[in-house]
Design a protein around this ligand. Structure first.
Ligand SMILES: *Cc1c(COP(=O)(O)O)cnc(C)c1O
Length: 426
């Protein structure tokens, strides 16, 4: 992609939209329409020739508007804007993060292929992989952030699946433990395994870092996936997804999207464009707040341990090295072990006043939840413990509130836990 002259945050209000095509409206209207009128039959024919790939486009000729399952101005402009953050060639938006993820997997996997994926994964992705993909004869192999590149290479060779490896899907940092995976190392692994004539597709679910704090394409990923429900939409009021990468891979994904019919609708597209105008200010405020919250929790006597990228130091070795190489900021997701177990974690959550007790993340309001009994309840207890998802673990998604108020809220809820701990000691 040609590098634009201005930064993404400067372009989110206008990029890709031409007011003269919409009565001069400064904002892109909601193109709430199923189909588009062709000026002439010849024009309709030309649009279909390109849509079906019957010929190459002529100089300056782009895809014409045909039907809203194929394209719609609210989706196309949104996709062009999303490309700017990740410096991607192309983007496809979907009606949910799950539809972006499942469509990408279905586009690049066929029976007999192997999918390698990091564990823990978002519950929905994990379910789709273990319960749906396996029904279609796709072999699945999980790995943990503790397994090194060398271990994985050895495993692939010993277990005999290396040559059939077609796709790698990872989440980094892992939810909710913030354990990181080295994207560049998986690129090397993919290049060593698989078939020489077919590149192993490396997909990174970048939802946890949003489009601001980590850019997986720069580290060798082929696809970046988002639940746009999270930071991109950012207001806990819409479900959406996105997939970004080069033109060739996105052409395959968009083609499958056309036939699955899981593209986002114009209203979703419009809402996301509105959200993108404030993406950077929201995320930066969230990150500043998270750093203060993490520092506060780290010194609190009712808190056993805080898991936050911003608290990593050189003593954390490989994790610190990956963080420095791969992340541009520590993000706004903070997890911590409270002193005690489920009872103390629940008492804390029930006591919060400003932060809301809800799953999801990346929104303007702060959210708190208990992974072991909520988002990660589907994982067998011994596996969950091994992943570090204990009964005392609480996950916070830090919002845009005044940091001092957030800390005051945490303090009064932690006081409740201190009282409980005191009561136990008596
Ligand atoms: C929320 C989430 C998803 C699923 O996205 P939806 O928009 O809810 O379909 C996928 N991956 C991660 C990491 C998520 O947090």
């Amino acid at each position: 992609m040609k590098k634009p002259e201005f930064r993404p945050e400067s372009l989110m209000m206008s990029y890709g939209y031409r007011p003269e095509l919409s009565e001069g409206a400064i904002k892109c209207p909601i193109f709430q329409t199923s189909t588009f009128v062709f000026r002439t039959a010849e024009e309709g024919k030309a649009y279909f020739e390109l849509a079906y790939g019957l010929r190459e486009p002529e100089q300056g000729e782009g895809p014409g508007l045909i039907y809203s399952r194929l394209n719609n101005p609210d989706l196309e402009i949104l996709e062009n804007r999303l490309c700017l953050w990740d410096e991607a060639e192309d983007c496809a938006v979907f009606e949910s993060g799950m539809s972006a993820i499942s469509t990408a997997m279905l586009a690049f996997l066929k029976p007999g292929d192997v999918l390698l994926y990091s564990s823990p994964l978002y519950g929905g992705s994990s379910h789709f992989i273990t319960e749906v993909l396996t029904k279609f004869g796709i072999e699945i192999q999980a790995f943990t952030p503790q397994e090194s590149e060398a271990t994985l290479l050895q495993r692939a060779q010993e277990e005999g699946w290396g040559e059939r490896l077609a796709m790698i899907h990872i989440e980094t940092p892992a939810n909710p433990t913030n354990k990181q995976i080295d994207i560049a190392a998986l690129r090397r692994l993919g290049d060593q395994l698989g078939q020489p004539e077919q590149r192993v597709v490396l997909a990174v679910d970048n939802t946890y870092m949003g489009p601001l704090w980590q850019h997986p394409l720069k580290h060798g990923a082929d696809l970046v996936l988002y639940s746009a429900t999270k930071y991109i939409a950012g207001h806990s009021d819409v479900i959406a997804g996105a997939c970004l990468g080069n033109k060739a891979l996105l052409a395959e994904i968009k083609s499958l999207r056309t036939f699955l019919g899981n593209m986002a609708g114009p209203w979703t597209g419009w809402l996301l464009m509105r959200s993108l105008e404030t993406l950077k200010v929201r995320m930066e405020q969230q990150c500043r707040n998270a750093q203060e919250v993490a520092r506060y929790l780290d010194q609190h006597p009712a808190v056993e341990r805080v898991y936050y990228l911003g608290l990593l130091t050189e003593e954390d070795g490989e994790q610190y090295r990956i963080y420095k190489a791969q992340c541009e900021a520590p993000g706004a997701m903070v997890s911590f072990d409270i002193r005690g177990g489920e009872a103390e974690a629940f008492a804390f959550l029930n006591q919060l006043k400003l932060a809301k007790l809800a799953v999801s993340l990346g929104s303007t309001e702060s959210l708190a939840q208990h992974p072991a009994s909520m988002t990660h309840a589907g994982i067998e207890p011994h596996k969950r413990e091994a992943m570090g998802i204990t009964n005392s673990l609480v996950r916070l998604s830090v919002g845009v509130e005044y940091a001092g108020d957030l800390i005051r809220d945490l303090e009064q809820a932690l006081n409740r836990v201190m009282e409980m701990n005191g009561a136990v000691a008596e």
